[in-house]
Structure formats: structure tokens, C-alpha cells
Design a binder for this molecule. Structure first.
Ligand code: ADP
Length: 191
């Protein structure tokens, strides 16, 4: 099972990706987490990535593709969360998978109205007590949140159309458990 998982910021994608990967025995690959870890290594590339994330913009495609292709090396069961972020990455990923003799099982889209997602993100930031965690997600500042949604609308949302022949669309409103159940049901129906 090879899945890409996408949705807007605040769609609950990270939480659901954790549940899913455990439930289905898939390796969970989050490009956001990989990049945040790189920021901490203090290298020049790490600092550049850190600035990009803090601004709510996308890391360049060459870096994102490189990091992701390396992360899935040798894996046949994975759930990719946060990649692809635009059509160029999605195309490159399809070509890459074809080159290594495989393809995606499906593209899972977690569908949450923008207003709900925005509210969740603002809440997450205000509820966060831990200074380190607030620093870690510096991209949760209100102005940056707005920019992240803009980037999502312009670059990531077109993936719905790109993946139309293999999309599994799940309504992401409701409690975490409800959404996990909905995803499991949708995947069962897809297989
Ligand atoms: P969210 O889904 O909540 O926006 P992520 O953890 O997926 O957060 O990503 C955090 C940041 O990492 C993004 O805003 C972006 O700067 C960078 N990033 C993650 N994945 C990619 C990717 N595939 N391409 C480019 N940038 C990425």
C-alpha cells in the first residue's frame, strides 16, 4: 500500500497519518517533520529551510523531491504526509515511482472547510503552553497561517484535479476517532 495524504493546514492530516500508519502497518513519512529536523542540525541548508518554513512558504521542489525519494527508498508500504505540495512534485513523484517499477495505490484527501481548519490552527497555537513547541511551529503565527492557506489554495489544492483518477476523498470534520473511522471505511471501499 502506497499512499499520499494531503489536505489543508489544520485539516488534521498529521494526527490521522499517525493513526493510519499504525493501523495499516505503513511507514509514516512526513516531509514537514523531516524538514523541521533539518532546521535543528544548524547547517546552512537547515537555516535556509528554517526561514522558508517560518515564512509559511514551500521548500524548493528539488530539495523536497530529493528528501522524499530518499525517505521511501526500499519501502513498499508507506504513507506520505505533506508531499506532494504542488503539481510539479506530483508529476516528479509519478515518474520516480514508474522508474522504480511501482505506482501509488491512491491519493487520500482530507477535506475540511477552510474556516474550520483556520480556527483549529489558531486554537492549537493559543492552547500550546510549551515554549519549545511554539518555537518548533513558528509557522503557526496568524500572519503566517494566512500565507500558508494562500499557498495551499494556489499550489496544493490543484492536486485534487491531478489525482482525480485515484483520489479517496474523506470529510475531515468531526472528532479524531470519527475521522479515523471514515478514512478506514473509504480505504476499504477503494481497495
Ligand atoms: P502543514 O501541513 O501543517 O502545513 P507540514 O508539517 O506538512 O505542515 O509542513 C510544514 C512546512 O514544511 C511547510 O509549510 C513547508 O514550508 C515545508 N514543507 C513540507 N513538505 C513540503 C513539500 N513537500 N514541499 C515543499 N515544502 C514542504
Amino acid at each position: 500500500m502506497r499512499i499520499v495524504f494531503f489536505g489543508s493546514p489544520g485539516s488534521g492530516k498529521g494526527t490521522q497519518a499517525n493513526e493510519l500508519s499504525v493501523g495499516y502497518g505503513l511507514t509514516h513519512i512526513s516531509t514537514g517533520e523531516i524538514f523541521r529536523a533539518k532546521v535543528l542540525d544548524g547547517t546552512r541548508i537547515g537555516r535556509r529551510i528554517g526561514d522558508t518554513i517560518a515564512a509559511g512558504s514551500l521548500v524548493d521542489d528539488i530539495t523536497a523531491n530529493y528528501v522524499l525519494f530518499k525517505a521511501i527508498e526500499g519501502l513498499n508500504r508507506f504513507l506520505v504526509d505533506g508531499y506532494p505540495r504542488n503539481i510539479a512534485q506530483a508529476r516528479m513523484f509519478d515518474v520516480h515511482l514508474q522508474n522504480i517499477g511501482t505506482e501509488l495505490t491512491c491519493a487520500l484527501f482530507l477535506d475540511v472547510p477552510i474556516e474550520v481548519a483556520e480556527e483549529r490552527l489558531i486554537l492549537r497555537r493559543t492552547q500550546r503552553q510549551d515554549k519549545i513547541e511554539n518555537y518548533r511551529r513558528a509557522d503557526d503565527a496568524p500572519a503566517v497561517i494566512r500565507h500558508r492557506f494562500e499557498v495551499y489554495r494556489q499550489q496544493t489544492e490543484p492536486l485534487i484535479e491531478y489525482y482525480s483518477d485515484r483520489i479517496v476523498r474523506v470529510n475531515g470534520t468531526g472528532s479524531t476517532t470519527e475521522v479515523t473511522r471514515k478514512i478506514a471505511k473509504a480505504l476499504r471501499e477503494w481497495e
